[in-house]
Design a protein around this ligand. Structure first.
Ligand SMILES: Nc1ncnc2c1ncn2[C@@H]1O[C@H](COP(=O)(O)OP(=O)(O)OP(=O)(O)O)[C@@H](O)[C@H]1O
Length: 243
């Protein structure tokens, strides 16, 4: 089977800024800028993983462990300080709800904009437009500017566009946080369908029971490092045992 995602030894550092008082900043300046007012930390530290085509993988870990940062590297919206990320085939998904949407445009225009960003031709978007709107259940609001959408409406349209791009690799970050229950069920069913069709899935979620249903493999992150990579049931056990 071919490799869909190959992450090799990636590291990513962010700057941790401290808020200082004016007096502290002045002292720092007058004393020759000794020490640093901010320091760097590793959000990801030497992370390597390989995902085969058709695998469904959950990224697990407590708040701030690096899950979303890793997913952003896989999607290509973030680049590592060192190491490499390779993906095969069309990658789409929901990383940040509303990212790639233009606030002043209508839902309709955003379907075209977002669809194009995700690699669909105008013809393909036209062909799938009705199905995108139907899945989202946005209805008549499709011609409203998206700045007036609720966060759930954003999610609906963004999820619907993403699944209609027919991606080989589908990435999902906490999709279920803002959707209502019926739409969550619909999203889960769609994700399972994509998986059954042999698409590669990478899911970030704190809902451990849900990821056990959707994924076969779990990768547990702790402070930017992989602590466990293997069977999902075991990954959840390992995570729960570290509480
Ligand atoms: N753009 C950024 N600039 C600075 N720090 C960042 C940035 N993005 C993430 N971080 C930091 O990197 C660390 C990992 O964040 P990340 O969002 O990947 O965690 P997570 O595991 O997805 O957390 P959660 O479960 O809370 O969503 C956190 O300490 C976060 O504050």
């Amino acid at each position: 089977m071919a490799t869909a995602i190959d992450v090799r030894n990636i590291s990513k550092q962010f700057v941790l800024r401290h808020t200082r008082s004016l007096k502290e900043a002045l002292v720092w300046l007058l004393t020759g800028r000794k020490g640093d007012l901010s320091h760097k930390f590793f959000a990801l530290h030497d992370v390597s993983l390989s995902v085969e085509q058709g695998e469904s993988v959950a990224l697990l870990g407590f708040n701030g462990s690096g899950k979303s940062t890793l997913l952003k590297h896989i999607s290509g919206v973030m680049t590592p300080d060192s190491g490499s990320v390779l993906t095969r085939g069309r990658v789409a998904g929901l990383i940040e709800v509303g990212a790639g949407f233009h606030h002043d445009l209508t839902g309709r225009d955003n379907v075209y904009l977002n669809g194009a960003i995700l690699g669909m031709t105008e013809e393909q978007i036209k062909e799938r437009f009705d199905s995108i709107v139907e899945f989202s259940e946005i209805g008549e609001f499709i011609d409203t500017e998206v700045k007036f959408y609720s966060s759930g409406m954003y999610l609906r349209l963004a999820f619907s566009v993403a699944v209609h791009t027919d991606p080989e690799v589908f990435l999902v970050d906490e999709i279920l946080a803002v959707g209502d229950e019926p739409f969550q069920r619909k999203c889960i069913a769609k994700i399972k369908e994509l998986s059954a069709e042999g698409k590669t899935l990478v899911v970030v979620s704190h809902d451990l029971e849900l990821v056990k249903q959707i994924c076969e493999r779990g990768i547990l992150l702790e402070r930017g490092r992989i602590q466990y990579d293997g069977n999902i049931e075991r990954a959840v056990e390992v995570m729960r045992s570290t509480i």
